[in-house]
Design a protein around this ligand. Sequence first.
Ligand SMILES: Cc1cc2nc3c(=O)[nH]c(=O)nc-3n(C[C@H](O)[C@H](O)[C@H](O)COP(=O)(O)O)c2cc1C
Length: 335
Amino acid sequence: MSSLTPLYHPVTIGNVTLSGNIFLAPLAGYTDRAFRSVCIDQGASFTYSEMVSAEGVARGSDNTESLMERAKNEPNLGIQIFMPDASVALRALPRLLHYKPTIIDINCGCPVPKVIKTGAGAALMNEPEKIHSMIKNLKEFTDIPISIKIRTGWDDSSINYKEVASAALSARVDMITMHARTRKMAYSGTADWSALKELKQYVSYRDPNVVVFGSGDLYSASDAKEMLQATRVDGLMFARGSIGNPFVFNNTIRLLQHEKTTEPTIEEKLQVMLKQLYLMGEYAGEFLATREMRKHATSYIKGMAHGGKAKQALVQCTTYKEYEHVCKELISGNL
Ligand SMILES: Cc1cc2nc3c(=O)[nH]c(=O)nc-3n(C[C@H](O)[C@H](O)[C@H](O)COP(=O)(O)O)c2cc1C
């Protein structure tokens, strides 16, 4: 990407072209169909499923399958799988193809001990040859673009993202996203955006067709602009910064296109929150949706006057009516 390329632009990943380069990251426990749907409404260029166990896909587990279903307004979807090696990836592939993923992403960054113990997630950062072999094997059986989501390394003394990128490039990977933290950092400390710049330069030099995306510490439109300018990555993924704030997509796109950004009003925020709740209810039912929505709802109301009281009320809501009541009280200032 030259310094003349606009910061917001379409992006081609393998044989797929997407209209923009501002994505929603995979977030286990958050990026379900309902949340992805409101993020798309708010301008997200592309979305990923929560990480899905390739072993679960291979076995046809119901829980796993529901993670791969699309929202109604979601023509494209990246399905992210996690597994320890290529044999599991290949066993999962036939069932995975049934869901027609736009992109298949391999999780090489999950820091959770339960996942690491199996050799999947960030454990793969220590075994670049396994990453190579997963990509190579998948590419033999499908022309769906294959991407990987990596970290900078296992810990400070083993920063090896270039080695991992090299292994992936030689297997003809289509896209590399890096969460610019080590496994040891998990989600704490500051993401190292300078590593993103280095990765982008490294990959561009080796294969300019391979797309590099950045992740880490993106909470606002101005963060996004800063990352794109500082690192020249091809695009980025909002993660924690989008929870309770899908509006960040629209604002980012506006900012990158030199348009005025606008903060949604309380009413607008709560309307989108309720939309997400009802969307979830369509497939999960009111009982589950009202429980599952609590963690999102408390993020939507962050910073609002009487937010503390509203939070207490929201985490006890068990029906749509109760949610609607708290929203009305918040808008009228009656809490
Ligand atoms: C609750 C939570 C769940 C996550 N789940 C996934 C996941 O399933 N797959 C993945 O590749 N990354 C996952 N991540 C990492 C994010 O996609 C992102 O790379 C990371 O949060 C850094 O971005 P941020 O600092 O802007 O939040 C998760 C992060 C959080 C906080």
